[in-house]
Ligand binder design. Structure first.
Ligand SMILES: [Zn+2]
Length: 422
């Protein structure tokens, strides 16, 4: 089932439906779950549902057409307030909650929430990045969280309970969002691909109409050209390639991307770049040949993480795929050395060639290769735990080089000794 394009969280939809029907909806929520699985979109649709002027919120079906719904969709609803961490700040600045020093308690989220709603229903605040409350910000919000203004609803969005300040956590009703099932991720990616294709098509059409208009000097099709011209500027300017396909997700990559997505659409999209998979294949060949050049390798990995963008979750997605690849490599090498077939069926010709090379270049027996696979899995766990990425990457590459030089004492090194991020 899909709730307004939100897949995989039906149980939470039903919980809200019951709570609204019984008139027992709480006033402060904390949505928790990995990033990129639809928590924010859920909060926005919920706000729209509660504000819709036409449909009863118990239906959980905002009409999408009334003024309130249209404003909500455009993020211009006067009674739906948004707060998130600015990109260049380490925490959500206190000013966003209670105004700057010279206007304390006069502007900011808390005083906005206390105002009378324009639509006479309620004010709703969506606070993204709740992982980034500092003590000052949390203290400023405590009173509002404890006793929100009449009918107001606050929705905080974070990743894990461990990352929330106890003072905040204890004042909210916590709702946990699970990572999406792989088939759900796959179907969303196919939908996205269809949307991208449709967009690319309309852009191409508009361009040809514009050309035609220029050539004939006629004005027919002007409005099409105008509208589509806008989208050219917005999307194609950044991404469309010469063939007009732009950033359309490649169909053949979808099952692979979904399998590595960790149940997050955001992470899946970070893996949609075909260049990344070409790099991954190159990396696998380097690995099979026995990694020799440390700096070149680290440089190239850095570049791959860089191009995932600034969002840590996206870099993490790429690093995770690389570690999964290495773990898989050692596991297969172990099978090869012990003469067994891996459980997941006949190895492809590509793997066969890689493993032949690897048998020559790695000083490992079956057991050693199995330990290397397990060791890599330890690092994989650290990636999930948000350990500082450059430190992790350095330690991991050193480990690989030690293993290759036949120093199995490398297995004594405990990756757990790396400090997690603050
Ligand atoms: Zn509506």
């Amino acid at each position: 089932m899909s709730w307004f394009g939100i897949e995989g969280h039906d149980e939470i939809v039903r919980r809200f439906q019951r709570a609204i029907a019984q008139g027992r909806i709480a006033s402060t929520f904390l949505f928790l779950g990995p990033s990129g699985i639809g928590k924010r979109m859920f909060a926005e649709r919920l706000a729209m549902t509660l504000q819709c002027e036409k449909n009863d919120p118990r239906l959980m079906e905002p009409c999408g057409k009334c003024m309130s719904c249209r404003q909500a969709l455009a993020h211009e609803h006067p009674d739906i307030l948004y707060v998130s961490k600015p990109e260049d700040r380490a925490f959500i600045p206190i000013d966003l909650f209670i105004g700057p020093k010279d206007a304390r308690r006069q502007i900011g989220l808390c005083s906005e929430l206390a105002k009378k709603p324009i639509y006479e229903k309620r004010k709703i605040a969506i606070i993204d990045d709740a992982d980034y409350f500092n003590l000052e910000g949390a203290n400023a919000m405590l009173k509002t969280l404890e006793e929100p203004p009449k009918n107001a609803i606050l929705i905080l969005i974070g990743t894990s309970a461990a990352r929330q300040l106890p003072t905040i956590r204890s004042r909210c009703q916590i709702l946990r969002f699970s990572p999406l099932e792989i088939p759900v991720v796959e179907s969303i990616l196919y939908q996205k691909r269809a949307e991208q294709l449709a967009l690319a098509e309309s852009v191409a059409e508009a361009v040809s109409v514009q050309k035609e208009t220029k050539r004939t000097g006629k004005t027919a099709g002007k409005s099409v050209g105008k509208n589509a011209g806008k989208s050219v500027g917005k999307t194609a300017g950044k991404s469309a390639s010469k063939d007009g396909a732009g950033d359309v997700i490649r169909e053949e990559l979808i099952p692979r991307i979904a399998a590595h997505s960790n149940g997050s659409i955001q992470e899946a999209l970070a893996l949609a770049d075909p260049d990344f998979w070409e790099f991954r294949n190159r990396f696998l060949r380097l690995l099979a040949e026995g990694v020799r050049e440390r700096d070149a390798l680290v440089g190239e990995i850095d570049q791959q993480l860089e191009s995932a963008g600034k969002v840590p979750a996206l870099r993490r997605a790429r690093l995770r795929v690389m570690l999964e690849t290495v773990s898989d490599f050692f596991r297969r090498l172990s099978f090869r050395l012990s003469g067994f077939q891996p459980a997941d069926g006949a190895a492809s010709e590509e793997w066969r060639v890689l493993l032949e090379t690897a048998v020559q270049s790695w000083p490992l027996d079956a057991e050693g290769a199995a330990s290397a696979a397990l060791k890599t899995a330890d690092y994989l766990e650290l990636v999930q735990r948000n350990v500082h990425q450059p430190t992790l990457l350095d330690a991991w590459i050193d480990e690989i080089l030690r293993i290759r030089s036949g120093d199995l004492a490398a297995f004594l090194f405990a990756p757990w000794s790396l400090n997690p991020n603050p």
